[in-house]
Design a binder for this molecule. Structure first.
Ligand SMILES: C[S@@+](CC[C@H](N)C(=O)[O-])C[C@H]1O[C@@H](n2cnc3c(N)ncnc32)[C@H](O)[C@@H]1O
Length: 372
């Protein structure tokens, strides 16, 4: 299903990727140099002390020239990425929609409940600066936002199908930490175009796998992709706050990178809903980007929090600072644990233990888990 680039489109996309890589690898370290040698000394001179909070350091950094140039180029890279991908998708949109119609009678399914509307906190945002955001939808066959996200993620992750290793990491964690749990019914919340969901089908072949997302074009596209890849998954447009499934239904509920895109008001409701739809003894595993502010320096908080203001991630800062463990406990779960897992593409490693690492780089993922 993934749209294919022409030679010229691929050249343009290669250029954008080179620009993004240059900014990320060569220019990012300059922010720390500038903070250490200019920003903090100037702050100390003006206030007689160090910056005491993320907000104070950010305000000072925002006036520093290297940080401004870096931020402008980061933003430009994102905008160019989506623009270059839109051409590729729009040129083949009719072909993609025809392919999706053909695979519609597969072993999985897609359900769009009548009258379903995504909440404003996601519909109103151009998440990751993607034009129109996740939910831009023009009618029953529209899968454009899904195709753009998939092709953009392919580029962003240097030719990988999004973050599909997230799914494998969740699988290996569940299999080793909960050997007694033989999940028959699994739900992936915030599946977008199924990047992480397919691993659940591959490594729990005896299970029936369901996946929900707020975006209609995403679940339509995800269904077409899953069928094209021979993975039976039951997709549904639904809100993780109120999924519509029966009480005590699933053995395992997972998500990857959903929580940071969910509103603060929604987060506790999602954990309550997880508990309602889980059977006794069932488990939750919510995986996130490895950014928990309690474990980060102020500098790292400012750098990672840049997304909040300039990359369509309005909840990022607040969710990274939330006490998710307290929230899961408040939802009445037991055996609540959190920590970090080292990323890998090998799903069979023993991943029972969550690491408590202070400075988590991108080679880690954060995991929040508990049982009912
Ligand atoms: C960054 S994507 C992650 C996609 C995928 N799980 C992965 O790991 O690649 C986050 C997804 O969560 C979805 N999402 C956010 N809040 C949600 C909610 N309350 N209910 C269902 N999906 C939600 C968004 O629509 C988006 O597709």
């Amino acid at each position: 299903m993934m749209p294919v680039s022409t030679h010229d489109e691929a050249s343009r996309q290669d250029y954008v990727l080179a620009l993004k890589t240059h900014v990320a690898r060569q220019m990012t370290p300059g922010n720390k140099v500038e903070m250490t040698h200019r920003v903090v000394p100037a702050f100390r001179k003006a206030h007689g002390r160090e910056p005491a909070s993320r907000q104070e350091l950010r305000a000072a950094m925002e006036r520093a020239p290297h940080h401004q140039v870096w931020g402008s180029l980061m933003r430009l890279g994102q905008e160019l990425m989506w623009e270059s991908v839109e051409d590729t998708v729009d040129r083949q949109l009719e072909v993609l929609e025809a392919k999706a119609r053909k695979v519609d009678k597969g072993r999985g399914s897609v359900t769009i409940p009548k009258g379903f509307k995504p909440p404003r906190y996601i519909e109103a945002v151009d998440v990751h600066t993607m034009p129109g955001g996740y939910c831009d939808d023009t009618g029953d066959q529209d899968l454009r936002a899904g195709a753009i996200y998939d092709r953009g993620a392919f580029m962003y992750h240097h030719g990988k199908r999004g973050m599909d290793d997230n799914g494998r990491l969740i699988v290996s964690f569940v299999r080793t930490r909960y050997p007694d749990l033989k999940p028959r019914l699994i739900l992936d919340m915030g599946c977008s175009v199924d990047h992480a969901t397919t691993a659940l089908v591959d490594f729990f072949p005896e299970a029936e796998v369901h996946a929900i997302d707020l975006s209609l074009p995403m679940v339509r596209y995800a269904h077409a992709c899953a069928e094209a890849m021979g993975r039976p998954i039951h997709f549904k447009a639904a809100n993780a706050e109120d999924t519509g499934y029966h009480d005590d239904y699933f053995d395992l509920v997972v998500s990857s990178n959903m929580m940071h895109e969910t509103s603060l008001a929604a987060a506790p409701r999602i954990f309550t809903e997880c508990r309602r739809i889980l059977r006794d003894g069932g488990a939750i595993c919510h995986m996130e980007v490895p950014v928990r502010y309690k474990d980060l320096s102020l500098y790292d908080q400012v750098m990672r929090g840049w997304q909040t203001y300039y990359n369509g991630e309005p909840f990022w800062n607040a969710v990274c600072a939330l006490d998710l463990v307290a929230m899961v406990k408040a939802a009445n779960f037991s055996d609540v644990a959190d920590g970090y897992l080292k990323r890998t593409t090998a799903p069979d490693r023993d991943r029972r233990d969550l690491l408590q690492v202070g400075d988590q780089g991108n080679e880690y993922r954060y995991m929040l888990t508990a049982r009912k």
